[in-house]
Design a protein around this ligand. Structure first.
Ligand code: ZN
Length: 198
C-alpha cells in the first residue's frame, strides 16, 4: 500500500535507506515530521546537508573533522608516541569517552574482508605506515573483535613488528562479535589498560 502523496512516499523511501530503519519506522518518522513546524524540519534538513558540506576527514588520522588537522592531531597535550588504530571514526569517539587514552588515533576506514573485496589498499594502511616514521613508539590495535577485525589486527601486527615499534591488541573484555562503539566506557577503558603485546 502506498500513500497518495508522492512527497510522503519519497521521504519514506529516503529514510528507509538508513541503517536499521525499515519502511514501518520510516513511516512513523515521516508522520512525526509532518507534525513539526517548518523551521524544525528545515533545521534537520540543513544539518544533514551540512554533513556533506562541512565535514571532512583529517588528512593525518582520517577522523571526521571540520578543520584539518583534527583537534586530536593538533592537540598539544596528546601523547605523540602512541597511535591507536581503529576501524571507524565512531570508534574514536567511543575511546575518547573513556578518558583513559591520551595518544593519537588512526582510522582505517573499515577492516580487511577478502570476501567483500576489501584489501589493504582499500584501507588507510599506507598512510599509517608513513606516520610510523615519526616519534611513534607504540601502536595499539583496537579493531573490532570479529573475524574481519582480528584478521586486520594480525595483518597490521606482522607488517609493523619488524619496524621495532611496540605493538599491542586491546584486551578481550569486549564481547566477541560486538562493535567497539557499543562497548561501555568501563569495559573499553579496561580493554586499553589490559592490552597485550604481539
Ligand atoms: Zn587527526
Amino acid at each position: 500500500m502506498k500513500y497518495s502523496s508522492e512527497t510522503v512516499e519519497k521521504a519514506i523511501h529516503e529514510l528507509s535507506k538508513l541503517p536499521g530503519i525499515g519502511r514501518k519506522m520510516a513511516q512513523r518518522h515521516v508522520f512525526f515530521l509532518l507534525k513539526q513546524s517548518e523551521s524544525q524540519v528545515k533545521q534537520l534538513a540543513e544539518s544533514l546537508v551540512d554533513l556533506k558540506l562541512k565535514v571532512i576527514h583529517c588528512s593525518i588520522c582520517f577522523n571526521v573533522t571540520e578543520s584539518d588537522p583534527c583537534k586530536i592531531c593538533a592537540g598539544e597535550t596528546r601523547d605523540r608516541t602512541m597511535i591507536c588504530v581503529v576501524e571507524e571514526a565512531n570508534d574514536v569517539l567511543a575511546l575518547e569517552k573513556t578518558g583513559e587514552y591520551k595518544g593519537l588515533y588512526h582510522v582505517l576506514g573499515g577492516a580487511l574482508s577478502p570476501l567483500d573485496g576489501i584489501g589493504p589498499d582499500n584501507l588507510h594502511v599506507r598512510e599509517l605506515l608513513l606516520r610510523l616514521e615519526e616519534a611513534v613508539q607504540e601502536i595499539i590495535i583496537a579493531t573490532n573483535p570479529n573475524t574481519e577485525g582480528e584478521a586486520t589486527a594480525l595483518y597490521l601486527s606482522k607488517l609493523i613488528k619488524p619496524m621495532n615499534i611496540r605493538i599491542s591488541r586491546i584486551a578481550r573484555g569486549i564481547p566477541v562479535g560486538a562493535d567497539l562503539e557499543y562497548a561501555d566506557e568501563v569495559t573499553l577503558a579496561r580493554a586499553i589498560e589490559g592490552r597485550r603485546e604481539y
